[in-house]
Design a binder for this molecule. Structure first.
Ligand code: MG
Length: 336
């Protein structure tokens, strides 16, 4: 049984370290996700814990980190603590903007600080953190992406918490063979000079849906490389699951670094039936997944109602319909 955060009630979340690691009921020391799984790796085509056993984790993705887009305020350690304790998240994702105004391209220091706040929060809570280069055009700024990831690798590559995601979502017109894969090989080689082992997730063509192309033509010559599958339950269904299933059967290690219960635009109503079909798929294949997004924007995917405080401790009434649904999924994940 996994009850490391059981002492925390909704809206009453205070950072008391001892309560995170001690089960009051059993009097036993319960383990954090990091203590359970250690540093993630790829074992026989699957993403597993350090011992080679499957590691299936759930948690939220933060929103684009751009300055002045309104959601950078959620990039703080207390918000991560809230998700670790109240949602029992085992993983979070920092979506560090790699394009448009206020991104790393024009504000590198501010965006590094946002990434580091989420990483520090993950380390403090014993959970995993995906550091994502959030761009649809990463090949246009490969040098900046390299500089960013080499900084992160130098500072955190020795921790078991860190997972790199080097390209959020290449477009449908950005060819896997000629563009995405060469970009990935460049970034991976650069990161591996500093960090020889932490998991690196590669985005796939068509908003990280064409995992079949990656399965036919994967990156070779490096260890612990996984691939991103993204889906939006309001838009994507059985056809994409079949494609993913074939890639998994072909031995492609997959991580669902972003999905939503709404439409692919990030807006629309929660599609519970489709989300549940997707979660059954994710669970059956023992994948990890992160839900979009930690945001109070007025759109369906936003987990928070407009105007909430920035540093966690949100009550049920401060979560949107998709936020409450996400919390239910994440809180139930480890217990099953
Ligand atoms: Mg390392």
């Amino acid at each position: 049984m996994f009850i490391w955060a059981s002492a925390f009630l909704l809206g009453a979340c205070q950072p008391v370290p001892s309560a995170r690691s001690i089960s009051a009921e059993a009097g036993q020391v319960a383990k954090t996700p990091i203590e359970r799984f250690g540093q993630l790796r790829v074992t026989n085509g699957k993403i597993t814990g350090a011992n080679g056993a499957p590691a299936s984790l759930a948690g939220p993705s933060f929103f684009w980190s751009n300055t002045d887009w309104g959601m950078a305020r959620f990039y703080n350690e207390d918000a991560v603590t809230y998700f670790a304790q109240d949602w029992k998240a085992g993983i979070v994702r920092a979506a560090i903007a790699g394009e448009q105004d206020g991104s790393y391209l024009d504000q590198p220091d501010a965006n590094i600080a946002r990434a580091e706040a989420i990483i520090e929060g993950a380390i403090a809570n014993g959970i995993y953190v995906v550091v994502d280069w959030h761009s649809h055009h990463a090949e246009d700024h490969a040098e900046q992406a390299e500089i960013f990831f080499r900084h992160i690798a130098g500072k955190y590559g020795h921790t078991p918490n860190l997972i790199y995601e080097i390209y959020n979502e290449p477009l449908d017109t950005t060819d896997w063979q000629s563009t995405v894969k060469p970009y990935a090989e460049r970034l991976i080689a650069s990161i591996r000079e500093i960090d020889p082992d932490n998991l690196i997730i590669v985005g796939t063509q068509t908003w990280s849906q064409d995992v079949d192309k990656a399965a036919l033509n994967p990156v070779r010559g490096f260890e612990n490389i996984g691939y991103a599958l993204h889906f939006y339950a309001g838009s994507h269904s059985a056809e994409l699951r079949q494609r993913a299933e074939q890639a998994i059967k072909a031995g492609l290690p997959i991580m669902v670094t972003e999905w939503g219960s709404v439409g692919y635009s990030g807006d629309g109503d929660v599609d519970r039936a489709s989300s549940e079909a997707w979660m059954a798929f994710v669970r059956r294949h023992q994948l990890s997944h992160m839900i979009w997004s930690v945001s109070d924007k007025r759109e369906g995917a936003a987990m928070l109602v407009p105007g909430v405080r920035s540093r966690g401790g949100w009550t049920s009434g401060e979560l949107t319909e998709s936020g409450r649904f996400a919390r239910e999924i994440v809180r139930g994940w480890e217990a099953d």
